[in-house]
Write a protein that binds this ligand. Sequence first.
Ligand SMILES: Nc1ncnc2c1ncn2[C@@H]1O[C@H](COP(=O)(O)OP(=O)(O)O)[C@@H](O)[C@H]1O
Ligand SMILES: [Mg+2]
Length: 366
Amino acid sequence: MAAKFYVGLMSGTSLDGVDAVLAAFDGDKPEFVASHHLPFDDNMRAEALALHERGHDELHRAALLGNRLVRSYAEAVSGLLSKVSPDGTPCQVRAIGCHGQTLRHQPADGYTLQLNNPALLAELTGITVVADFRSRDIAAGGQGAPLVPAFHDALFRTPDLHRVVLNLGGIANLTDLAPGKPTTGFDCGPGNMLMDAWVQRHHGHRFDADGSWAATGTVLPELLARLRAHPFLALPPPKSCGRAEFNLDWLSRQLEGTERPRDVQATLAAFTAATVADAVRDHCGTPDELVVCGGGARNRTLMKLLAERVPARRTIGTDSLGLPVDWVEAAAFAWLAWRTLRGEPGNLPAVTGARGPRVLGAIYPA
Ligand SMILES: Nc1ncnc2c1ncn2[C@@H]1O[C@H](COP(=O)(O)OP(=O)(O)O)[C@@H](O)[C@H]1O
Ligand SMILES: [Mg+2]
């Protein structure tokens, strides 16, 4: 078979689980064949969350959790591959692009740290693994993030439509694809993370399904104004953020304590929509299309707010462009691994602020 298959593996800041996507590269435009999602169990999630904080014996705990995480990654790969070859015919995968689980992202201190054990993943799957995509960009003076804009550019750019791609993961990031201009992009603030944390605290659910709880609340204008004063939001791009900037402790400090929980949830949805709308207005102008991907595209309350507030002529999901909303980030890491094995750069210096294009990642041969 002429097609070359690559697997992308992504587990993001939401800590919901791992997404695996199978991509076929035959010529320059990839084709996305299948996906598989493996949710993290509560214990894995709790351990990963705990490792976001300083704590006792964290190197040892991180190493052990890295091994556990990679066993889930291997299970996700095997679940994915069994979908495309149910009769057991092996699908020849050239490489797995494995992002890892971010525990620290501190470009200002010169490092980013994704929990992973690519050697173990290569051993368990028998497939070459490309990992640690962000470090090289940081070594070259960049933010190491976001990395998906180059992929959005390859897939969604058109000569006559001004598109802005919005990835609504735990964090939200934008890619500006203006015709005739270089692609830009940056993290614009929280995506689902604060809403997830708040619904978890009050109802024990991992997320507010369809945004239905937020829809029962009323936006609190004073709280919204305090949230919008977060200093990250006023920084000029290039910029990137994570759980260090937006978390439950920070949110708790903005509350008076008398708010109805459902009103806080409504305000958090409005906060995400407002930060996206501000970022588009300030940095992208008036695009023809806001193209949304990531799990947040399933939050109807949030999507409605975005359609109302973002100055775009229309708001659509990547589904309408042929790529399901929850495949996009994992697909990007299949694409990045493909670039790496071809010796081609994966970063966009205009996005990350790096000194130049760099071939990203480290290769762990099968
Ligand atoms: N049906 C849904 N309704 C509302 N939110 C959803 C739904 N499905 C997924 N999400 C949101 O998407 C998040 C996962 O999105 P994802 O793109 O995987 O983010 P990350 O890259 O941070 O892991 C969940 O934590 C949740 O907030
Ligand atoms: Mg996820």
